[in-house]
Design a binder for this molecule. Structure first.
Ligand code: ADE
Ligand code: ZN
Length: 388
């Protein structure tokens, strides 16, 4: 009697488990598993970040802490900062409207220290092994903050961050293009005592219309003479951007191009970029209101045409795309890029870095070895194309 009962219970269980074994996992389950593995692959990837603005690394939480600490009557709550981010118009104009307001909460040396320190902690959490970051002195000095306060705060934060998180970093001092040439010269002069601590010179802010790269020809000539590496922003789809990219190459003699993705519209320009071994720092950022990361197709096109394009987070505190791991993952998922594509894009970042050649080679060898452990073998040829 007991035995019969037992069979009655056991048989359906056995049948059910046999059926379950036979069943294929659902497409959703496969996708989830694939995405999980991809997330591990991307988050564990040792990364280089070359296009990130210190002032844009502040999350709404930090902005409101600093706003309260410094007695501002705006951005007192995270919600208020988030509302301002969510309601800004698209493009550079809308970005700058919020950005300049949020930057104003930075007041003291200690504020700069805190922001750099937090930023380097986030770099570590994102497995960023090397970062070159922009800072914009004029945006601060024009508000009455001393150049030395900005620099001393940044350098102290950088030293502490490197010690505590082991992230190597370098500084790119950026000109605000809407300001005068005289003001840019003054900034270079102010930076003289810090020259050994600043690796590069950049050009950002806006509007770009009326403030082309050529405006700063003499400043860039002097900076080159002083030993700075040179780069400049040509934000995507800004007026006359292709002409501005030509000017960046022929007049400013840049070592790297920020954004500059519209170069794909001019094949002569692409050939020249490749001939000179120049790299483009793309930033497929995403606002809360964007359905997917920006610039996916332009970056795909450039990658397919063997242009040295890489991916960066630009202003992680001001975009929903956030820091590099999240940004790379969103980009990969939305554009259905392969692991190999993601490795090539990151190799381009390593290649574009302003590292001494031996150090760069060491980083690249380590990165390639890591990629091999992930089943992606790039081989030798790739890096002979550019400067190495
Ligand atoms: N400042 C911070 N991010 C910038 C960007 N992407 N373009 C111009 N200026 C900026
Ligand atoms: Zn930028």
């Amino acid at each position: 009697m007991i035995k019969t009962h037992f069979k009655l219970i056991l048989i359906p269980i056995l049948l059910f488990s046999l059926m379950a074994c036979d069943q294929q996992p659902t497409a959703d389950a496969v996708q989830t598993n694939y995405s999980k593995k991809m997330w591990s692959f991307i988050s564990e990837m040792p990364k280089v970040e070359l296009h990130i603005h210190l002032e844009g690394t502040m999350y709404p939480e930090t902005v409101s802490i600093l706003a309260n600490r410094n007695g501002f009557d705006y951005f007192k709550t995270v919600k208020e900062v988030q509302q301002s981010l969510d309601s800004r118009p698209p493009g550079l104009f809308g970005f700058l409207q919020h950005h300049e307001k949020q930057v104003s909460v930075l007041q003291t040396q200690e504020d700069f220290y805190t922001v750099v320190y937090d930023f380097l902690k986030n770099c570590k959490d994102n497995n960023i092994v090397y970062v070159e970051f922009f800072f914009d002195p004029q945006i601060h000095t024009s508000r009455g903050i001393a150049f030395n306060d900005v620099l001393d705060g940044i350098l102290a934060g950088r030293e502490a961050g490197e010690k505590d998180f082991g992230v190597k970093s370098e500084l790119i001092m950026s000109i605000n293009r809407e300001k005068t040439v005289e003001s840019a010269f003054k900034m270079l002069k102010d930076a003289e005592p810090y020259k050994n601590q600043i690796l590069g010179l950049g050009l950002d802010n806006g509007p770009e219309e009326g403030n082309p790269p050529a405006k700063f020809e003499a400043v860039y000539a002097l900076a080159k003479n002083q030993g700075y590496y040179l780069t400049a922003h040509n934000d995507v789809d800004e007026k006359d951007t292709v002409e501005h990219i030509w000017q960046s190459i022929n007049i400013l003699h840049l070592d790297r191009l920020d954004h500059s993705l519209n170069a794909m519209e001019d094949f002569d320009l692409l050939r020249e970029i490749n001939r000179r071994g120049l790299c483009l720092t793309g930033s497929p950022v995403q606002r809360t209101t964007d359905p997917e990361p920006q610039e996916i197709e332009r970056i795909r096109f450039l990658l397919q045409h063997n242009i040295c394009v890489s991916l960066h987070s630009d202003d992680p505190g001001e975009f929903a795309s956030g820091y590099l791991s999240q940004l790379l993952f969103n980009f990969q998922q939305s554009g259905k890029f392969t692991k190999r594509d993601m490795v090539l894009l990151m190799l381009n970042a390593y290649e574009a870095a302003w590292l001494p050649i031996n150090e760069k080679k060491m980083y690249i060898d380590e990165f390639k070895t890591w990629a091999e452990t992930q089943g992606v073998n790039i081989g030798e040829h790739y890096f002979n194309k550019h400067k190495l």
